[in-house]
Design a protein around this ligand. Structure first.
Ligand SMILES: [Zn+2]
Length: 243
């Protein structure tokens, strides 16, 4: 008998909205904070921030892109954005070597990740499930991912609202960094003020236009072969001690 894929999805916003849907009104047990985990090259703050971006945002599962991902850029009319995306792709490829290989394809059907630089209604036409959220909010971007039980992303889309951010090319360049990083499996936002990142929970200005040292360091952590897709926090804590 065929096993059915249990699909999960999550919507990420480029703005600064924390996942309000995860709040609960039930009485919480008394909480004892665990002792901070540190790695060999990762500080306790870095690991806490990493968890805010990954395990805490995904119901305690490490989510990763597969080793090879073809990206389809649906809107190639903005040359500076095409250039930015290509530059991000080569930067990530250099940083992560064979642990993650991103390519750009002109064939929509050969891609597993699509980038849409358009207006809200056009994007909703392509990703209808995003409608309820996008229609009632001020979001200027989104990353929408689907992953399987093994924590591997098999489909996703990225949206930058070019209409809402018209003429603000710096914001658009920041947004594409932000959304691509979400699409790599960093689904949450960082709430530690000590951390400088494109994924901070509110938009930092001046806009961050390049991945920061922290961003690059945790990309290397998530795509370290020892950090396997699908693992949960207890296993991650054991693994990261040696990294
Ligand atoms: Zn975001």
């Amino acid at each position: 008998m065929m096993q059915r894929d249990v699909t999960k999805w999550i919507i990420i916003f480029s703005c600064c909205v924390v996942f309000s849907c995860s709040k609960t009104t039930s009485v919480r047990p008394i909480y004892t904070p665990p002792s901070p985990i540190t790695g060999k090259t990762y500080s306790a703050d870095e690991i806490t921030a990493f968890k805010q971006l990954t395990l805490n945002a995904t119901n305690n599962i490490v989510v990763k892109l597969p080793r090879q991902v073809a990206i389809f850029l649906a809107d190639t009319g903005y040359l500076y954005m095409t250039k930015e995306i290509d530059s991000i792709i080569s930067q990530v490829n250099r940083l992560l070597d064979t642990n993650l290989v991103l390519t750009r394809t002109a064939d929509r059907f050969a891609s597993s990740l699509q980038i849409h630089l358009t207006d809200r209604n056009t994007y909703i036409g392509i990703e209808p499930s995003a409608a309820p959220v996008l229609q009632n909010a001020e979001h200027t971007g989104m990353a929408y991912l689907h992953w399987n039980d093994q924590g591997i992303v098999y489909r996703g889309s990225i949206f930058v609202d070019m209409q809402k951010t018209a003429n603000d090319t710096l914001q658009q360049r920041y947004l594409i960094h932000h959304e691509i990083m979400h699409a790599m499996g960093f689904l949450g936002h960082v709430k530690l003020p000590s951390i400088y990142t494109v994924l901070f929970y509110f938009t930092v200005t001046p806009y961050i236009l390049n991945y920061t040292d922290f961003d690059k360091h945790i990309m290397q952590l998530l795509y370290n072969p020892s950090v396997k897709a699908g693992i949960k926090e207890a296993e991650f804590n054991e693994v990261v001690k040696n990294l």
